[in-house]
Design a protein. Structure first.
Ligand code: NDP
Ligand code: 2IT
Length: 447
């Protein structure tokens, strides 16, 4: 069967097997659309059914999470873990707690994770998990009881050589701590089963910063290839969680001026450049809304609703909140305002139409699976440190992260060029990530 026909057939099978899961369809479509030239060059992939197997998760877990709130009410949420692909190593990927979570979100994230983890060059397969639990407004004790119930079920399926979860939206150091404690108690094992742990009990220095820092490193690398630098540029960032905060920190360290941040209620614009100490205090310590920022910084302006954020003029746009937050209209405004580079800190924040606009207007576009791979990369380094029972310095972990991000940029650029899509890093990242996974699947036989 010719490559294009096979791709269409595989995509139709995905639609049929996974109805009502548009985010998963979107993620698969983007990858498949890049693979025609790879299949033409490697007929063995076609013969061995690599595509058909790649889009079907190895294992999908759905489970009940019963827990009790502070008033004594019994509550029930739904939990998920998709163990998508283990060709390159144990399943690895974050856990998301957000009311919008359903199987289609976890599948899209798990699918992205396969190729992202491949790009890091470390030995990690792809997986993702989560629950439709809303951590907003919950007390620490409620979050703890929820995490304990979640891991009481999940602990049967994970392990340091099997499946290693980490954080994502709504899951940070606090939640990882509660999950780790419960896992340890049930299994009577102190192992590196989760990453993003506290620094005193097995976490890696630089993991907290890794996704945001990595995003800025790869952005700087891409700018350098075009004879430019972040120094002196205006940067617009969305979100105000883990990724957004540390992208802001590194962009500021490199001389960029970050002028926006947001949460799901609205965004702030600070013409003086955002004050990160204030943001960290509000978001990491007090768990408040970004709106509070303007009560402290009088020159800054808060706008209710998120869509206007991309209307703020900037040189660099780094969407770091959530999927499909930047659409075609927003992309056109960014282009009109002279934006020269877009780096996806979040997973799939730009719609396919927005990506088209960037690619057609010579805006450098860094897709999430390359641009935000720094987080899982340092998770991989945390696993390595745990296996050796040692702890690296911040400098060593950060240097490795920088090296990995530079290599991802280089490998993605070269793959794009080799397969006739020079300058298209969506194609380059998908192809470079895919080839390693496909070769491993070929070598491991029909599994
Ligand atoms: P956090 O929970 O720390 O922060 C998420 C931020 O995004 C918050 O500001 C949140 O606002 C905002 N947000 C969440 N959902 C929506 C929504 N539906 N609409 C608008 N804003 C929203 O998560 P992270 O910073 O860890 O994750 C951000 C993105 O980065 C996600 O796409 C995640 O998958 C991706 N990512 C994370 C990595 C990591 O290491 N943490 C690694 C690689 C990618 P609010 O508080 O109002 O919900
Ligand atoms: O999307 C991602 O890469 C993450 N949320 C981080 C996963 C991890 O295992 O560190």
């Amino acid at each position: 069967m010719p490559a294009n026909e096979l791709i269409q057939t595989v995509y139709e099978q995905v639609l049929k097997r996974n109805p009502g899961e548009p985010e998963f369809h979107q993620a698969v479509r983007e990858v498949l659309d890049c693979l025609g030239p790879v299949l033409d060059k490697n007929p063995d992939y076609v013969k061995a059914g690599i595509l058909e197997r790649l889009v079907e998760p190895e294992r999908q877990l759905i489970f009940r999470i019963p827990w009790q709130d502070d008033k004594g009410n019994f509550r029930v949420n739904r939990g998920f873990r998709i163990e998508f692909n283990s060709a390159l190593g144990p399943y690895k990927g974050g856990i998301r707690f957000h009311p919008s979570v359903y199987i289609g979100i976890i599948k899209f994230l798990g699918f992205e994770q396969i190729l992202k983890n491949s790009l890091t060059g470390l030995m990690m397969g792809g997986g993702k998990g989560g629950a439709d639990f809303d951590p907003k407004g919950k007390s620490d004790n409620e979050v703890m009881r929820f995490c304990q119930s979640f891991i009481t079920e999940l602990c049967r399926h994970i392990g340091p050589d099997t499946d290693i979860p980490a954080g994502d939206i709504g899951v940070g150091g606090r939640e990882i701590g509660y999950m780790f404690g419960q896992y340890k108690r049930i299994r009577n094992e102190f192992t590196g089963v989760l990453t993003g742990k506290g620094l005193e009990w097995g976490g890696s220095l630089a993991r907290t910063e890794a996704t945001g820092y990595g995003l800025v490193y790869i952005t700087e690398e891409a700018l350098k290839a075009n004879g430019k630098s972040i120094d002196g540029m205006t940067v617009s960032i969305s979100g105000s969680g883990n990724v957004a905060i540390y992208a802001t920190e590194k962009a500021q360290q490199l001389g960029g001026k970050v002028i926006t941040l947001s949460d799901s209620n609205g965004f702030i614009y600070d013409p003086d450049g955002v004050n990160l100490d204030t943001v960290k205090q509000l978001k990491e310590v007090e768990r408040k809304r970004i709106k509070q920022y303007v009560a402290i910084h009088k020159n800054a302006k808060y706008t209710e609703g998120c869509s206007g954020i991309w209307g703020v003029k900037c040189d660099i746009a780094l969407p770091c909140a959530t999927q499909n937050e930047l659409d075609e209209d927003a992309a056109k405004i960014l282009v009109k305002n002279g934006c020269i580079i877009v780096g996806e800190g979040a997973n799939m924040p730009c719609t396919p139409e927005a990506v088209e606009v960037f690619l057609n207007n010579n805006v450098v576009f860094l897709p999430g699976k390359a641009a935000n791979a720094g987080g899982v990369a340092v998770s991989g380094l945390e696993m390595a440190q745990n296996s050796q029972r040692i702890a690296w310095t911040f400098e060593k972990a950060e240097a490795e992260l920088k090296n990995i991000m530079t290599t991802i940029y280089k490998n993605s650029s070269e793959a794009a060029e080799e397969y006739g899509r020079a300058g298209n890093l969506v194609a380059g990242a998908n192809i470079a990530g895919f080839i390693k996974v496909a070769n491993a699947m070929l070598a491991q036989g029909l599994v």
